[in-house]
Design a protein around this ligand. Structure first.
Ligand SMILES: Cc1cc2nc3c(=O)[nH]c(=O)nc-3n(C[C@H](O)[C@H](O)[C@H](O)COP(=O)(O)OP(=O)(O)OC[C@H]3O[C@@H](n4cnc5c(N)ncnc54)[C@H](O)[C@@H]3O)c2cc1C
Length: 390
């Protein structure tokens, strides 16, 4: 885009944000995940989502007919910059805009795009990911959940596990076995199915941190429409892997409208002031913050260097691995800074913040397993990025 046009766009966006972004949305805080089952209690967040959806800024680069603003890459980077300037949070986040949306854009039929994408962009539908099973995690292609064609539908039977947010979701994208008699990668299909039907039950799994972020999901003659098969029958493995690249790229947050705003106060400085720290610990803080900053800049460079904002291929595993390590390192250093006060689990001897931080320290361990374990990411980097032999 010519510089003049881009300058005009920047002025327009700046004025729009200044006029419309509520004060309470400027700074760290929650970002709604959309859907029918989790009401947005904060009226400002509701208003910001409605405005964002109307303007196409929940999915800025999607075409207008699917609820986006049809921004080019340059304009999109300007929008990110302007949102960052006022520390505006994204109006919406979730697996709809980050995972299944971009996948449908690449592989969906026109009908699927028209039925699903605008509802994703508007935050009307929350999605969950039905991939892992009790005997199929890293070796995902061993999945056994069966889908059998029956008239206009598929009938689905089996079980998924670790399904994040399944109990709060309206729809699921699900890898199923549609041909058990061929090599395992060749008999898998990707289906979309509504969660509100008698054939689907979810059971939340409770973690040591006290959270319950994911569920077991059971299918007992659940129905998926045949026109909700994504891509060709038995060709779901390649599409399912592409969806994981969208997930692992870390561009999900960016595609939601803006990178997570940086807190006005350096959280490490706050802890150093409160608890004190020796030079060695301060060195750790500085190295970590430099790595974190470098990662964020790399993430932005990925968008800048991509073709029309397209998600890269297997290189996304590098991003996933680095993010997982950074998030754990962040929690670890904060625990070290708190000293023994970083070990509080419950009771009056610790503040609410300290207790929450201990739970976060445990909870963040999941990052090296979720979205594919660190070992699996390293395997992908070795084989598909570096071209090392099997
Ligand atoms: C917080 C969280 C959220 C999740 N959300 C979802 C979700 O929404 N939907 C969904 O479908 N799944 C979800 N998962 C599941 C996640 O994708 C799996 O847990 C992950 O793929 C690992 O599978 P697994 O648990 O079966 O472990 P396994 O595959 O049994 O692995 C066990 C260990 O063996 C190692 N290992 C396995 N194979 C290899 C190999 N070839 N080389 C080297 N090491 C190997 C692994 O790295 C791991 O350390 C979530 C998991 C977590 C923790």
């Amino acid at each position: 885009m010519a510089t003049k046009a881009l300058d005009n766009f920047q002025s327009e966006v700046r004025a729009w944000l200044d006029d419309n972004c509520p004060e309470s949305i400027r700074g760290p805080g929650d970002v709604p995940g959309g859907g029918k089952k989790v009401p947005i209690k904060d009226p400002d967040a509701r208003h910001w989502l409605d405005l964002g959806a109307e303007k196409g800024y929940t999915v800025p680069m999607w075409p207008e007919e699917y609820g986006g603003a049809a921004l080019g890459k340059d304009e999109y980077l300007v929008l990110l910059e302007e949102m960052r300037r006022i520390k505006a949070r994204s109006p919406l986040q979730g697996m709809g805009i980050g995972l299944i949306g971009p996948t449908l854009m690449e592989f969906g039929t026109d009908d699927q795009k028209l039925r699903h994408l605008p509802r994703i962009a508007g935050g009307e539908i929350r999605w969950c990911q039905g991939y892992s099973e009790p005997n199929a995690g890293s070796d995902l292609a061993s999945l056994q959940t069966r889908a059998v064609a029956d008239g206009d539908n598929f009938i689905v039977n089996g079980q998924k596990i670790w399904t994040s947010g399944a109990n709060h979701s309206d729809w699921m994208f699900c890898l199923v076995r549609t041909d058990p008699d061929v090599p395992k990668h060749d008999g898998i299909s990707l289906l979309l199915l509504g969660m509100d039907q008698p054939g689907i039950t979810t059971r939340p799994i409770r973690l040591i941190s006290g959270d319950s972020p994911f569920c077991e999901t059971f299918f007992d003659n659940a129905l998926a429409r045949k026109d909700d098969l994504v891509g060709q029958l038995n060709r779901g493995w390649g599409i399912g892997k592409r969806l994981l690249q969208h997930e692992r790229s870390g561009m999900t947050i960016l595609m939601g409208g803006a990178a997570k705003p940086v807190s006005t106060e350096n959280p490490f400085l706050k802890l150093i002031k409160a608890y004190g720290a020796d030079d060695a610990l301060i060195d750790q803080v500085i190295s970590h913050q430099m790595r974190d900053r470098a990662y964020r800049l790399t993430q932005r460079r990925t968008v800048a260097e991509s073709e029309d904002g397209q998600t890269p291929g297997p290189q996304t595993s590098i991003m996933e691995l680095v993010t997982a390590e950074l998030e754990k390192e962040d929690a670890n250093i904060k625990t070290l800074l708190r000293g023994f006060r970083g070990l509080g689990w419950e009771g009056d001897g610790f503040t609410d913040d300290e207790i929450a931080a201990t739970r976060h320290y445990f909870s963040v361990k999941r990052r090296s397993i979720a979205r594919g374990s660190n070992e699996v990411q390293r395997n992908i980097i070795a084989k598909r990025v570096l071209g090392l032999p099997d």
